[in-house]
Design a protein around this ligand. Structure first.
Ligand SMILES: Nc1ncnc2c1ncn2[C@@H]1O[C@H](COP(=O)(O)OP(=O)(O)O)[C@@H](O)[C@H]1O
Ligand SMILES: [Mg+2]
Length: 329
């Protein structure tokens, strides 16, 4: 029986008539960290939002299931479970850090009230006890003078501090799964490294699983147990992080790695050197391999004829490329 904490099976999604995710499957065990990597537009945020069932109304799920194992041992199909159960799971068992940090904070409330409310929404805790926990958490997240910061409004904080507050809200009920959608992308490199260190430390302390989204393989390498590479809404490669990075099996992963910025580079260096071409318009993805038009080194006639099948290597690596065996050799 599948006892993964989160298992997304065969999940497809469209916005109106335009497909965004194609039969994507992911599994995350308790305490495990899966990083989803891909360029902008590959469907990473859509996948995270689907797990939280926070997709816009225009989004339509066309195939698949999303199962989550709650801390009481009950299993829930998140795409169909009723709203009250979902509300109980969101925030309490599944925390989320959204891609836009400012949208997750309400500009008109003090941050202390926002963290305290997040606690009291899920736990019957007196206001003072909730406040104490919020202050302790801010201190734990490396925020100096947490008492004083509680009274600040979001716009009064630096980007790094604001992101720590967002993380505090996501973590305040000790979720077993944290979904973090590009949580460091908007930050400068020094702060980015600090936030990654913080997330790594928190994972270790709490045994929390992580679904981490980034367009940046350098970031993935820092925090992933496993990596899933998404291209134009398709999972093109998946495996243990160290193996995928040391020996990528899909031409797209290779191209991403060649363009990978490392922590410590300055902001200009951080812009990804271009992989030729762009992610296809989702309404006009090629019939064969979606990456074929950008794949100068390995493309063959086969690649334009039909979508490549999944090839597996060992128990835990898979790749969707006709030439996977050659790349693996
Ligand atoms: N609300 C939306 N309405 C229509 N299309 C959307 C919406 N959100 C995302 N998309 C489309 O879905 C695809 C995947 O987007 P997204 O999940 O945001 O990717 P990523 O997070 O990897 O950049 C893109 O083609 C994007 O234009
Ligand atoms: Mg996104």
């Amino acid at each position: 029986m599948n006892r993964s904490l989160l298992s997304v099976e065969d999940f497809s999604l469209s916005y109106g008539a335009v497909p965004a995710l194609h039969q994507v499957s992911i599994r995350i065990a308790r305490g495990e960290s899966l990083v989803i990597v891909g360029e902008s537009g590959s469907g990473k945020s859509s996948l995270g939002l689907a797990v939280m069932r926070l997709l816009p109304r225009t989004a339509r799920m066309t195939t698949g299931t999303i199962r989550f194992l709650a801390s009481d041992g009950t299993s829930h199909e998140l795409t169909t479970t009723d709203a009250t159960i979902l509300q109980r799971l969101r925030g309490k068992e599944i925390g989320m850090i959204f891609q836009e940090p400012m949208t997750s904070l309400n500009p008109v409330y003090r941050i202390g009230d926002q963290i305290t409310e997040a606690i009291r929404f899920h736990e019957a805790l007196p206001r003072t006890a909730a406040r104490d926990r919020a202050v302790a958490l801010l201190a734990h997240l490396g925020i100096a003078e947490p008492e004083r910061r509680m009274a600040a409004f979001p716009h009064e904080l630096s980007g790094g501090l604001r992101q720590r507050v967002v993380i505090a809200i996501a973590l305040v009920c000790n979720p077993s799964l944290l979904i973090a959608d590009e949580p460091t992308t908007a930050l400068d490199v020094t702060v980015q490294a600090q936030i990654l260190d913080l997330l790594k430390r928190l994972r270790g302390e709490r045994g929390m699983a992580l679904l981490f989204v980034t367009h940046h393989l350098g970031v993935a390498r820092e925090i992933a147990d496993r990596i899933l590479v998404l291209y134009a809404g398709r999972a093109v490669e998946e495996g243990p992080a160290a193996a995928v990075i040391a020996h990528p099996l899909h031409p797209y992963t290779r191209a991403l790695l060649q363009s990978v910025p490392r922590l410590g580079m300055n902001k200009d260096e951080m812009t990804l050197p271009a992989i030729g071409g762009a992610v296809p318009d989702p309404a006009q993805v090629p019939h064969g391999c979606a990456f074929a038009p950008r794949c100068p080194s390995f493309r063959s006639g086969l690649c334009d004829a039909a979508p490549p099948p999944v090839t597996t290597f060992g128990e835990n690596r898979s790749v969707r490329c006709f030439r996977a065996a050659e790349l693996a050799a």
